[in-house]
Design a protein around this ligand. Structure first.
Ligand code: ZN
Length: 850
């Protein structure tokens, strides 16, 4: 490309960066994302009747699923002596799970044999039945096709069963889940339910899910005593249950997935995918062994119960362990094959990969692929092209074209190398899981350190690294920032580490302060971010201190009430002192009284009074918005209203929905921003950026991001470090969002839409208030919006590598969700601003025409 042409292209991108990024987004968004995230179709409702020669393989059936007990543990005679003692009298299946090793997805495959689509990983806490029939719905006559079933079906366990079968008729589900922090009681309860069922002859088809081992594993890992103790406990418990199972039943004891030493699972590692199934029954060959897939369990269940075979079930009956005649074995295999054959025909009909050269009469299992190949070549191609275009654009934008001198060549090669490393870290996440997390952590630390630290002081260090960096072209940070902000696995919480350091340094270093506000704002923000750095490591210290503070802000007992009254009493004057020093006493007291009043409403827990409070908040908020226009001013009303009524209203809304702590934090962060944008951070809004001075622009992109993650961390929503001080794989996790506020105004039975509104609205409005405050102090929101858009493109272009790695699907998707959320806040803030502008212009015209 000639220099003139490349300049033209660069100019075009420079003037329309959002259009450029939107174009980059289109293909990954419409080709890769649906493949990675959406459901695949299944031939639900088609059944193959069982062979006439075949009868049920026992008088009853029980399936026991242990959560998070890998084959390495289940077949270990030391840790599970009782279960292993029984192995000789039954069969052992060595199973391999699908690539998504989460509890709900694995339990789903154990029950119905339909392979999960990657988006099922996103629905782990709310995974519904895939539709169609399985052994359980057919046995219960609760399925699509009713059969004359001789069975009564009972399920006992956690929400995993509940989400799949809880609503179904003729199928009884008993919930024994006592939350994620219950390690023993829920399992004991499950066993008690089973004893009762056996005693009363309640059911002859039973599924039981014991979730304790998984929770112990998550909490303490699997290497220490805790997990081994729990495994011994579950061994004893299951042994007792097996003692009480009626005679001549078929029994399967298996696990959904294994666990890593760190106590994690979800990704496609062998240790999480290898599980065992122990099978006993009147027609099970004692001491037999067989290799199988986890989806063979539902096929076995169908054969044991002698009910029609659903075509959507991918499993293969493990015939080697069955004590049946050769003729019956043949018939069963033909039956099983017919279902597999029909499924391939169905897959062909909807243009999905399927075996084509098979016939209904010749059984050729090897031609049927076990796992759908999730990673597609086309997606990798799209990803590579997107990254190449982004890289080329970045190089053009810094005006480089073809690198001319040694410095330019050096920067280009560093840029390309780091970019390649970042992409490869995602592509090879199956081998080194922590690399993207570490790069994401380092990226966050660097970008804040470089942009916000020691702005005035120019480095005159003469050391080697200083020299080396000084010899780089001035525009190198543009490329570095682009790399960091487009990295899909960026770990925003890490920005708080340099932020804390910088703020504490500014507060206690030899700074000349313009006024007291500045000192207080730095102290407040320094304290908050320090708390955010140390108080969130649930997995390391066993407690989420910030979450405790959030909980203390719910007026549920006298301690909480006292804490809430205390912090809200301080919040009003403090917030007002920082934003409107002159009137801080009067307005501060007003603010605190208002917040305490809403706290009282929250304490009452009466829906009608909630509604009254919500309407008052709405009214005050609306007054606050009008206040920002010139429609009415104080002298028109003859009363002097406190300033920033909209923020005060938001504070009340937060007290009601998220509690006193969340309200306090939000008001203090907003007011500290107000002060610091007038003092310490003034340069970010004032200084002009250009090719050789990128700092003001990058700082303007980073500052709102840091303030947002600080606020979000203070709401107790961020996962800190996991074991061994590594970043947690799911830093931003909508699954953590506290839903308590959703009950406000409809405390007995809130509709889902109302709950969603009351949970999400305070968050969106707070985020909007934070960026609006920055905007009000003259910070351009364009760099921030560009950073978020770049993050979106980066995440979508990385999705291509994600399908076999559910944790990567999770973290990328959550980063996408949160980027979109923040973009919404920016758009809302900008729309309000332009609305005020229009109103003011109109109003001026009206005044003039008067
Ligand atoms: Zn788990």
């Amino acid at each position: 490309m000639s220099t003139a042409k490349s300049d033209q292209v660069a100019d075009l991108i420079r003037t329309r960066p959002f259009t450029f990024l939107a174009l980059m987004l289109i293909i990954p968004l419409f080709v890769t994302a649906p493949h990675v995230l959406l459901d695949s179709e299944t031939p639900d409702g088609i059944l193959i009747q069982p062979p006439a020669i075949h009868d049920p393989l026992g008088e009853g059936f029980i399936l026991i699923i242990l959560d998070g007990v890998g084959e390495n543990w289940m077949l270990d005679e030391e840790n599970m002596p009782l279960l292993n003692e029984r192995r000789e009298s039954g069969a052992t299946l060595h199973l391999r799970t699908g690539p998504l090793t989460l509890s709900a997805t694995c339990v789903s495959e154990i029950m119905n044999g339909v392979p999960n689509s990657p988006s099922d990983g996103l629905r782990n806490f709310n995974l519904e039945h895939p539709g169609g029939d399985d052994a359980w719905t057919l046995a219960a006559e609760g399925g699509v096709s009713s059969t004359n079933s001789p069975y009564n079906v009972g399920l006992v366990g956690s929400y995993v069963f509940g989400n799949m079968y809880g609503d179904m008729e003729n199928l009884d589900f008993t919930d024994t889940f006592l939350g994620h922090a219950d390690y023993y009681q829920g399992d004991e309860d499950t066993a008690d339910v089973l004893y009762q069922w056996f005693e009363n002859d309640s059911y002859n088809v039973i599924g039981a899910h014991f979730s304790g081992p998984d929770k112990v594993g998550h909490r303490w890992g699997t290497t220490g005593e805790k997990y081994a103790e729990k495994i011994t406990h579950i061994d004893g418990l299951i042994d007792e249950v097996l003692d009480t199972v009626p005679e001549n039943w078929t029994i399967i004891v298996t696990a959904d997935h294994g666990m890593t030493k760190l106590g994690t699972h979800g990704s496609s590692q062998d240790v999480t995918r290898e599980v065992a199934a122990l099978v006993w029954g009147p027609q099970i060959i004692p001491g037999s062994h067989s290799e199988a897939h986890q989806r063979d369990i539902p096929a076995l269940t169908i054969a044991v119960l002698d009910i029609p075979f659903p075509v959507q079930l991918h499993g293969q009956i493990p015939l080697d362990i069955l004590d049946i005649s050769a003729i019956e074995r043949n018939e069963l295999e033909k039956w099983n094959w017919q279902a597999a054959y029909e499924r391939q025909i169905f897959l062909q009909s909807i243009d999905r990969p399927a075996a084509t050269d098979i016939s209904p009469d010749i059984i050729e299992w090897e031609k049927i692929p076990i796992d759908a190949e999730f990673t597609r070549f086309i997606d990798l191609l799209i990803s590579a092209s997107t990254w190449s275009l982004l890289a080329a654009a970045a190089i053009l934008l810094v005006g480089m074209g073809f690198p001319k001198n040694i410095e330019e060549r050096r920067v280009t090669s560093i840029f390309i190398t780091v970019l390649t490393m970042m992409i490869l870290s995602h592509a090879f996440i199956g081998y080194v899981t922590v690399l993207p997390r570490l790069i994401g952590a380092f990226s966050s630390i660097w970008i804040v350190w470089w942009t916000l630290n020691n702005h005035q002081k120019t480095s005159n260090k003469e050391d080697e690294i200083g020299n080396w960096i000084n010899s780089m072209p001035d525009w190198w940070p543009w490329l570095a920032a682009a790399l960091v902000l487009s990295f899909g696995s960026i770990r925003l919480w890490f920005t708080l580490i340099p932020l804390t350091w910088i703020i504490i340094n500014q507060r206690f270093g030899n700074n000349k302060f313009q006024n007291n506000n500045e000192k207080i704002a730095l102290s407040v923000l320094g304290f908050i971010s320090l708390l955010g750095v140390i108080g969130v490591h649930e997995r390391l210290v066993g407690e989420h201190w910030v979450l405790h503070l959030v909980q203390l802000g719910w007026p549920e007992n006298s301690t909480n009430l006292l804490f809430s009254i205390l912090i809200l009493s301080i919040t009003g004057p403090m917030y007002k002192y920082l934003t409107n020093e002159k009137e801080f006493r009067k307005e501060g007291i007003f603010t605190s009284i208002w917040l305490l009043l809403i706290l009282f409403v929250n304490w009452l827990e009466i829906s009608s009074i909630d509604i009254l409070a919500l309407l008052t908040i709405l009214f005050i908020g609306f007054l606050g918005l009008l206040q920002r226009t010139n429609i009415f001013s104080d002298h028109r009303l003859n009363i002097k209203l406190p300033k920033e009524l909209d923020i005060i209203a938001l504070g009340g809304f937060l007290v009601l929905t998220w509690g006193a702590w969340s309200a306090t934090i939000t008001l203090l962060i907003i007011s500290s921003i107000d002060v610091l944008m007038r003092t310490q951070w003034k340069w970010i809004a004032l200084e002009k950026y250009n090719l050789t001075n990128p700092k003001p622009f990058i700082a303007a992109a980073v500052l709102p991001l840091v303030m947002w993650i600080l606020w979000w961390t203070m709401l107790g929503q961020v996962n800190g470090l996991e074991a061994w001080a590594l970043p947690h794989p799911r830093e931003l996790d909508p699954g953590r969002i506290i839903v308590k506020g959703g009950y406000v105004g409809a405390r007995d039975n809130p509709p889902t839409e109302w709950m969603t509104l009351l949970i999400a609205l305070p968050l969106l409005l707070s985020s909007t208030a934070i960026v609006s405050k920055l905007r009000q102090r003259n910070l351009s929101l364009r760099p921030y919006a560009l950073a978020l858009s770049l993050q979106l493109v980066g995440c979508f272009a990385t999705l291509a590598f994600a399908p076999p790695f559910p944790r990567l699907v999770f973290s990328l998707t959550w980063n996408i969700v949160f980027s979109i959320f923040q973009i919404l806040a920016v758009l809302l803030s900008l729309s309000l601003e332009s609305l005020y502008k229009k109103i003011n212009e109109m109003n001026i015209k009206i005044v003039i025409s008067d």
